[in-house]
Ligand binder design. Sequence first.
Ligand SMILES: Nc1ncccc1[N+](=O)[O-]
Length: 262
Amino acid sequence: MKIDIVSIFPTFFDVLDISLLGKARQNGVINLDVHDLRDFTFDRHRTVDDTPYGGGAGMVMKPEPWGLALDEILGITEGQAQDDQAKKPADQDAPAQTDADAATTAADGSIPPLVIFPSPAGDVFNQAMAKELAHEDHLVFGCGRYEGIDQRVFDYAEQHARVRLVSLGDYVLNGGEVATMAMIEAIGRLIPGVVGNPESLTEESHEDGLLEYPSYTKPSTWRGQEVPPVLLSGNHGAIEKWRYEQRVERTRRVRPDLLPPE
Ligand SMILES: Nc1ncccc1[N+](=O)[O-]
């Protein structure tokens, strides 16, 4: 999988050089590039934001740097970008192609990349979405800051790729970097070859709608606390039954909303 990240804090993602995702990058399972949005500015201060039209507090991210970053990452030629700017009246005979059509199949019939903008206004990210996105060939994460990104950037991106606003949850972060990191970890670990033993991906919380069972390891007695005897019994049927019961009980107690209707 190819992953591109656009951010004004590119070093934020240095942590993706370590652990399982770092190994996946070294062995080519994941090809990840981080782009500094300020590299797509040309003024002395490398300006990426400005005051909002219509007034209001805070600053909005300017469209120009984002447009150039997306052009480079999505392989949009200068000519194509200029065409977009000076949109010619539609050719009457040409079949009507909505932006949506344009974005779901590229000229050569290939599936264009998926551009994800982390946003509290997006669809809420969950394990089902992580599994869905783990099948993508090319993900682009656009990390907004300030009060957000000029809306025309989303509209421009939709002319050349599939675009989704995705939220990590109903709270407000200062930007998209933390959400992008969480999504890359949740998606990346599902890509074959990233996690050593694929077996460890089953029976996890949210994998099949139930929370995971409690885990124990040596020593069997620790500070007066014993490991549940069934786990020492060697009776695999009894162990599997106990673990399932623990998952249901924990889900009922902590996340009853995940249980199927009675
Ligand atoms: N919750 C968020 N707040 C700001 C930016 C992004 C966010 N998110 O969840 O993706």
